[in-house]
Design a protein around this ligand. Structure first.
Ligand code: PBG
Length: 341
């Protein structure tokens, strides 16, 4: 007797559903369309400025006029949402980030112009002090080197109103101070901005994958006495998952409209955990370091950029993210379009 006669033939053959590309598409469980992506964009003063970011090939700091061009192109490709991050001149940075409340600051001018020229664009603004901080922290740093919670939240609430007034559709606190969502919701409602939504960075981890972003904004914590060298007293410990549930419960109770997990790929378990715990939309941030890793390996010829970028983003969606912030949004939208042809 030969061995093939001994082993029974399988009557359930999952490979049948993988036989052709058409069948694979027919049974595909996760379809990531470009309208679920948010393009983060760094903004800089000036006219016709385009400053490439070293560790983020393909992404640049753009002046407002060039940002408008980028946004028009994105909208034509089916990407309609944008997260804006201003590169603030060093001369305007202070410990209390006062420039963040200036209604004519770079960010507010960008929001007004975008909403004027591209009214369908969904404009998401970041709420945290770091772009405006001369010490590179998301909150005010005391003389003793403590990042002050309640004093910072008071400023963030005002900042949310300034952004809403400029026309932001969604404000997105990325600071991880306690109680900031409730404070922002109150301030927005009191000022009459009941329709401005809050996307909370619910589970934002103290991650080393933010490196290229801090290069883009020149916003890394500065090396000085009594300035914390990292953000570990407010951003979450990468070893913790249950703590994300606590943050999620608080954000939901405080009135968040969308919850975010950040970074993306190393934290798929957290996305999946929150998906089971809330019915709110969940966003994930495929952060600068995740983008840089794929770009760098592709440049060396070690990885296939398109395949790895698409696999990263689809995996984040499969884990339960409804919305994905990614620097690869335009590339993905082009690949998506080509795949339909
Ligand atoms: C700042 C902020 C950071 C990112 C988004 N908002 C950096 C940080 O917390 O230091 C990182 C995004 C990225 O790496 O792409 N509040």
């Amino acid at each position: 007797m030969t061995s093939t006669e001994e082993s029974p033939k399988p009557n359930i053959r999952p490979r049948r559903m993988r036989r052709t590309e058409t069948i694979r598409k027919l049974v595909r469980e996760t379809r990531l369309t470009p309208d679920r992506l948010v393009l983060p964009q760094f903004i800089v003063e000036g006219e016709n400025v385009c400053e490439p970011i070293g560790a983020m090939p393909g992404r640049s700091r753009l002046s407002i006029d060039n940002t408008i061009k980028e946004i028009k192109e994105a909208i034509a490709l089916g990407v309609g949402s944008f997260a804006l991050f201003p590169h603030v001149d060093a001369s305007k940075k202070t410990n209390d980030g006062a420039e963040s409340l200036n209604p004519d600051n770079l960010l507010c001018r960008a929001v007004r112009t975008i909403k004027e020229v591209c009214p369908t664009a969904c404009v998401i603004t970041d709420i945290a002090l770091d772009p405006y901080s001369n010490v590179g922290h998301d909150g005010i740093v005391s003389k003793q080197g403590v990042v002050l919670n309640d004093e910072t939240v008071a400023i963030l609430a005002k900042m949310a109103v300034v952004h809403a007034k400029a026309g932001a559709d969604i404000v997105a606190p990325s600071d991880m101070m306690d109680g900031r969502v409730a404070a922002m919701r109150d301030a927005l409602d009191d000022a009459g901005y009941t329709e401005t939504a809050i996307l909370s960075y619910t589970a934002k981890y103290a991650s080393a994958f933010y490196g290229p972003f801090r290069e883009a904004l020149e916003s890394a914590p500065v090396d000085a006495p009594n300035v914390p060298k990292d953000k570990k007293t407010y951003q979450m410990d990468p070893a913790n998952a249950r703590e994300a549930i606590l943050e999620a419960m608080l954000d939901e109770a405080e009135g968040a409209d969308i919850m975010m997990v950040k970074p993306g790929l190393p934290y798929l378990d957290i996305i999946s955990l929150l998906r089971q715990r809330t019915d709110l939309p969940i966003a994930a941030y495929h952060v600068s370091g995740e983008y840089a890793m794929v770009k760098a390996a592709a440049k060396l010829g070690w990885l296939d950029e398109k395949e790895c970028m698409c696999e990263s983003l689809v995996s984040i969606a499969r884990a339960g993210a409804d919305i994905i912030f990614t620097y690869a949004a335009l590339d993905y939208a082009r690949w998506w379009r080509a795949s339909l042809a």
